[in-house]
Each structure stands twice: as C-alpha cells, then as structure tokens.
Design a protein around this ligand. Sequence first.
Ligand code: AHR
Length: 509
Amino acid sequence: MTTTRLTRTFATLAAAVLPFGAGAAEPVQAHLDVTQQPAGPRIEPTVYGHFVEHLGRGVYDGLWVSPESPIPNTRGWRNDVVGALRQVGIPVMRWPGGCYADDYDWRDGIGDPSKRPVRVNRWWGGVESNRVGTHEFMDLVEQLGSEAYMSGNMGSMPPRAMAEWMEYMTADGTSTLAEERRRNGRAKPWSIKYFGIGNESFGCGGHMRPEHQADLHNQYATFLRGQTVRVASGDGEGDDHRVEVLMQRSAKHMDALTLHYYTIPGDWTKKGDATGFDARAWAKTLHGALGIESRLSAITKVMDKHDPARRIGLYVDEWGTWYDTPQGASALYQQNSLRDAMVAALTFNAFHRHTERVKMANIAQMVNVLQAMVLTDGAKMVLTPTYHAFDLYKPFRGATPLAATLEAPRFRTGDIELPAVEASVARAADGSTQLALVNLDPQRPARVATNLKGDARGRVLTAAAVDAHNTFDKPQAVVPAPYAARAGAQGLVLELPPKSIVVVSVGKP
Ligand code: AHR
C-alpha cells in the first residue's frame, strides 16, 4: 500500500506491491481522504494550453487548407477542426515552433501571400510556403478565443529582428512597423500576451552553454518591445544546472521559464509504436508520464532558491508522448490511443500538484503531430482520446486544488512498478468538488472509498483494449460515457473499470 500525497504535507507509507494480474476479478481497494484545505494556488486554465508548429501536417492540411479549398473553412482555417477545438476550449497557443522558431524569419510570413518566399524547413523537412504567417495565425487565435504565445528566434536572428516583430504586432500610434501592419490589413495592434525568447537553446535552438544562453537571453529580453510575459527557454534534458544558471543570471529579465517533457516508451533510437504495444510498453509509458512529478519538484526547488516570492512561472510548453512515425506518414504523425489519454490525465494531475509554479503547459502538438488532439485525412477529421481527456478535465480549469491523501496499492509489470490508482481533487469556482481518478492497472478494477458525502456525477473514459483508438471509420471507439455513483452511509465509493479515467463533480450531502 502506498500513500500519494495530493498535497505536500502527508508522509508516504510503505508500499505493498501486488504481483501483476493477481486476483484479476477482485477490485483493488483504495482510499481517498479529502480535506477542504487548499493545497496551492488555483489551476491556471493556461495549463490546458497547446503547441502548434510548422511541422508535418500540423498547420497545413490539419488546420489550414487555404480560402480556396473545397474543405469548408473560414479565411483558410478548417471549420471542422476549429469547431472541435472551440468546443474543448483553447486558452493559449504557442507558435510557430519548437525548433522551427529558431529558424524562422517573421518577415517571410507577412504581406502579399503570393510574394512570400518559399523556404526549406530545416528541421522537419519539405518546404515552407509561408502561406500561414503572423496575420493568419492571429486570425486563428481570434477564431478560437485563445491567447497568443509567440516563440521568438534567438538562435539565428539578431535581437533587432525579435524586437521589430513585437513592434510590428503590438505598436499603436506612430511607428513605421505599425503602418506596415495596417497596410497588410490589420489596423488594431494585437495583444501578444506571451513571448518566448528562443527554444531549446541546449539543442536545436543553438547548442548553447547555459552561461552563453543566459547572456543572450538578457540581451534579447532588453530590446523586446511591448507588454508581454518574457519566457526564457529552460530545461528539456533533465539538466538542473541550466535552470540554476538561468535563474542566477537571468531571473530579472524573465517572467517564466520553460520545461520540455516527452514520454517515450523506448529510447530515441527506437521509441516504440503508438498502437499494438504490449503490457510492458503500457507500464513504461505510464511510468515515464509519472516521472514529470520529479522534474517539476527538482526545478521548483532550484527556482525557489532564486525566486522565493515565486514571481516567475514554470511553463511546460512542450509535453506529451513521442512514438516512432509510421512509414509513409507525415513528420511526427502518430496514432493516439487510450494510453495517451491516460498519460494526459496523469500529467494534468501532476500539474495540479505544482500550481505554485506551473502556470502554463502546452501539449505537443495540436493536430496531426505527436500527441495530437485531432487527426485529419483530407476532408476527414477524428477526435483522439487525448482530446477527450482534455474535455473531461475541463472543470479543473481555474479550480483550487484541495489537500487530500490517497492510499492505493501498487502493481508490477516485469521490473516496472506503478500505483494502481492516481487522483486529483479541487474546488471549482462554483463551489463544487471536482474529482479525477485514474486506474492505471490494465486488468483490475479499483474501488475507491472516500470520505466525501455527496453523490458523484460525471464521465468515464475507457475501452476494451489498451491501444483502443479512434479512426476515421470508427470515430467513437474511445469516447467518454456518463458515470454516476451514490454516496452511502460510509461516504462516496467509486468503482473504476480497469485502465480508466473517471472525472466527477461531487455534490454537497
Ligand atoms: O515538438 C517537436 C519538437 O520537439 C520541437 O520542435 C522541439 O522544441 C522539441 O525537441
């Protein structure tokens, strides 16, 4: 038996490990004790944010089809995809990369579309038409009612280019750049709430030593014009030293620092398949997803040392699963199964436990790339299990995490040990208690007894197979189903099917 602290105030109990598959028919017994004490500041809605890169069919085909396309669209953006994204709610979008951002010249993407240069996409192959540039992306931001998080080029352009992009987008009144923007069809300045200064400076952003990156960051941040949250590119390879150096040398010049965290069942040479995987790959993936907790704790510790007032946010602006791309598929295209929804749920729960620092997160990526929300093929579109996980967790946006203790057994698959049940609980703005429970065990149901006194109503996401996924022919294979449980004299008890996510609102007794 182990106790997961949904706050940081409870001690961990010793673990009793169940052999995998033991007593498969019998439910695992878990206990959740919820207090009414806040466990941290509110869950920022931007933790449910997104990442859109010029990569594969992430932008072209997936989101943008051009105004002339027979696929119904609004100024080039697909109505079906935009409609689905509006429904789930997109609080913030990061664009245009990724690695692509540090090779991107914003000037390529403004002015007459027929005159825009065509460039080789250095990182992701193929050519970039620049048909989608700043004006088009900001149109998408407005269609989705989202906020813009622009990712600036620190790797291959001078600071002046970054400064001028911001001035072009945000200057009002007298400015030659604002005039140019007006001539290009946008009278009002845009609000660019977040601005990233470089991406993965440890790698594709320039392979910089942290000290060099810190100096460059300060220089670029100094000249960045306009009101925006200045985001420094942080860790993505488990390197606390970079965080330490950046916090030591650049804290004054940043408002947020990033973390990239990918879940890969194998290694970078053989990452593993998105479907058709075995029990070990299931366990390794979920184990990898749970590993974000220790990265969040380690980075928070370093940040706390230099920023005890917690002014600077931690933005996990790339996270998600990364599998091998099937032969013949577009760059970084992968199927998305129930396993991905589980990864999403476990990751949300971890974010909820770190609200003191984690103020934004952006899943990689929105459409047709990595752990996508939506997949498309020509005019066809399908929503993935990850989309449904985002939808299930909607009531947590803006809610306040509550202190709680979860006691649950652990189970083993080969050498990998996992908790059978994982949870998050929060008080929503309307006063309701929101409870998310994840049963990680692919074979055994779980029974979670709680001290909550009200009835529960919500939805469950599960399927018969661990790699169940939605296809264009069977788009409803993995979709949420209604879920309800009545409180008894001893409190509310929730029955979780194997490999499931249950999110419920618990009423007052
Ligand atoms: O999301 C794909 C790539 O992963 C991004 O471009 C890069 O930042 C990261 O390495």
